[in-house]
Design a binder for this molecule. Structure first.
Ligand SMILES: Cc1ncc(COP(=O)(O)O)c(C=O)c1O
Length: 509
């Protein structure tokens, strides 16, 4: 088994890019002091003893992700996308080069071979999420957004119907409100409340109590926020069902480090992007749909691949029952079997192990970041989201604040992190509702941005919000995160202690 010390020693290889500007973020080569790091690791292990149960992931990193440490990468953007194991590529390439596969929509030999693998993968997805094939079906989509768009297009929104959602949602869930609006349904938001960016349970129940009897009521929320890491309660699914709602659970940010058990929790619709779970392939996600809820969906069109029969002269068509009726055109058939490999990889290490490791590192990282102080005693880091590991995942959203309480520009920080080979992500992460709650952007400030404006430039937008910041800096942990990564981020953050925001990174790009 590879020890963490070995991995530390492998960290360095590439020459450091030249450091320009007044603030010099540390490169891996300059990062302090194996002694300090080893001591920190020992303390970390005492504080988070469960980490010791996850060493299989160190071995996985050393064998399957050696490129990370060989190239000195500190990857902290798992909510953006997870990383693939080398064996996933090898297995997939071996399969493709060893067989002859044709387009699955036929009964010829090569087509049938492909169909068998596509259907096997569908079964694997159901098994992975413990979803009964009697209860759920898997529709392959290009990504989670594709899954969400299918619902937006096909949910039968009409006057008197309601689309209810949490303010904390990805834009691909927010965007369904345009379909709701077009259909005549009303849209309502449940606010999230800073600093934890959770919802008030009373507000959720009060909103769920507003279901219109006999109407179509759709409630959408993320199982885990891609902005704050908050895990919204899965108990809402049953509470919503009991009050007459269909439930759309966006599990894109939750599934990579948590078990989603569809035997226990039964949302009507679940959106997933596979690359967020195991890195490869991109271009594939799925919509898991409860079969009885699928019966309610009305596709707005038909296309090749979705039909059993259509006629030009008789002006009619029949959709194929089941998932194929939702899969427009030819599915990404050569990539679909690679999903099977990815699921197998996760199952072989165990999602519970990944979850445990990510939570240990998250707890340590938050503790360290919020403890950082300037010489005048002011905190360096403003955290957006829960400060403990209670009901949260490994997404840590912050801004750095200087000794005069001025925010550092998160985009400059992202650039400076690049010099230290640390991949962070700056911005609002397609989650405007969580950003607005976190950064205190008000309706009064934002509404005029959408009034009488064909287009608003980014510069005009900045003027409207009068100097407030537009984003934050996200670190997200995942599949092969290790203490090395967390430590490197804290060392990077520490280098901003006592640094005025105005003096940092003016030439960061
Ligand atoms: C919570 C959540 N939902 C939906 C999406 C959209 O995923 P994709 O871009 O793969 O469609 C993301 C992407 O980051 C996400 O984090």
């Amino acid at each position: 088994m590879t020890s963490l010390g070995t991995i530390f020693n492998r960290l360095i290889t590439r020459p450091a890019p030249a450091v320009r500007g007044q603030h010099a973020a540390s490169t891996p080569q300059q990062r302090p002091h194996n002694g300090q790091r080893a001591a920190a690791f020992q303390q970390f292990q005492r504080d988070f003893p469960a980490y010791a149960t996850t060493t299989v992931l160190d071995e996985l990193r050393a064998t399957e992700y050696a490129r990370l440490d060989q190239q000195g990468h500190v990857y902290l953007d798992y909510t953006g996308g997870s990383l693939y194991a080398e064996s996933q590529l090898r297995d997939h390439m071996r399969r493709l080069s060893g067989e002859v596969f044709g387009n699955p929509h036929s009964k010829n030999l090569t087509s049938l071979a492909m169909t068998a693998l596509v259907e096997r993968t569908r079964e694997s997805v159901l098994r992975y999420f413990n979803a009964s094939p009697h209860e759920y079906m898997v529709i392959f989509t290009p990504n989670a957004t594709g899954a969400l768009k299918l619902i937006g297009e096909a949910y039968p929104f009409a006057a008197g119907d309601t689309y209810l959602l949490t303010a904390d949602n990805h834009n691909s869930v927010n965007g369904i409100r345009e379909f709701a609006r077009t259909g005549g349904a009303q849209t309502a938001y449940i606010p999230v409340v800073a600093p934890e960016l959770r919802t008030d349970p009373c507000a959720v129940l009060a909103a769920l109590d507003q279901a219109q009897p006999g109407r179509n009521n759709l409630f959408a929320y993320p199982a885990q926020s891609n902005f704050s890491g908050v895990q919204h309660p899965l108990e809402w699914i049953d509470a919503a069902h009991a009050r007459g709602w269909d439930v759309l659970l966006d599990a894109a940010a939750f599934a990579p480090t948590n078990q989603l058990d569809l035997g226990r929790w039964q949302p009507d619709f679940v959106s997933i992007s596979f690359y967020k779970i195991f890195g490869y392939p991109t271009g594939l996600g799925c919509l898991l749909v409860r079969k009885h809820a699928a019966a309610k969906l009305r596709r707005p069109w038909y296309a090749g691949g979705t039909l059993t029969f259509s006629s030009v002269v008789a002006d009619g068509h029949y959709l194929t029952p089941g998932p194929a009726g939702f899969e427009d055109g030819t599915v990404n058939y050569l990539s679909i079997p690679a999903v099977d490999d990815g699921l197998h990889l996760i199952a072989s290490v165990g999602i519970a192990t990944i979850h445990t490791r990510v939570l240990c590192l998250t707890g340590w990282l938050i503790d360290q970041l919020v403890a950082l102080r300037h010489s005048n005693g002011l905190p360096l880091v403003q955290l957006y989201g829960p400060a403990s590991t209670d009901r949260r995942g490994g997404t840590i959203q912050v801004n750095f604040v200087d000794p005069d309480a001025q925010l550092h520009d998160c985009y400059q920080l992202e650039q400076l992190a690049n010099r230290a080979r640390i991949s962070l992500r700056a911005g609002c992460h397609c989650n405007p509702g969580a950003r607005e709650a976190a950064l205190g952007l008000t309706r009064a400030e934002l509404e005029p941005c959408f009034r009488n404006n064909d287009q608003l430039s980014y510069e005009q937008f900045l003027q409207r919000i009068a100097g407030k910041t537009t984003g934050a800096l996200r670190a997200s942990l995942g599949l092969v995160s290790s203490f090395v990564d967390a430590y490197a981020y804290v060392a990077f953050a520490r280098s901003f202690i006592d640094q005025p925001a105005s003096a940092v990174g003016s030439d960061a790009s």
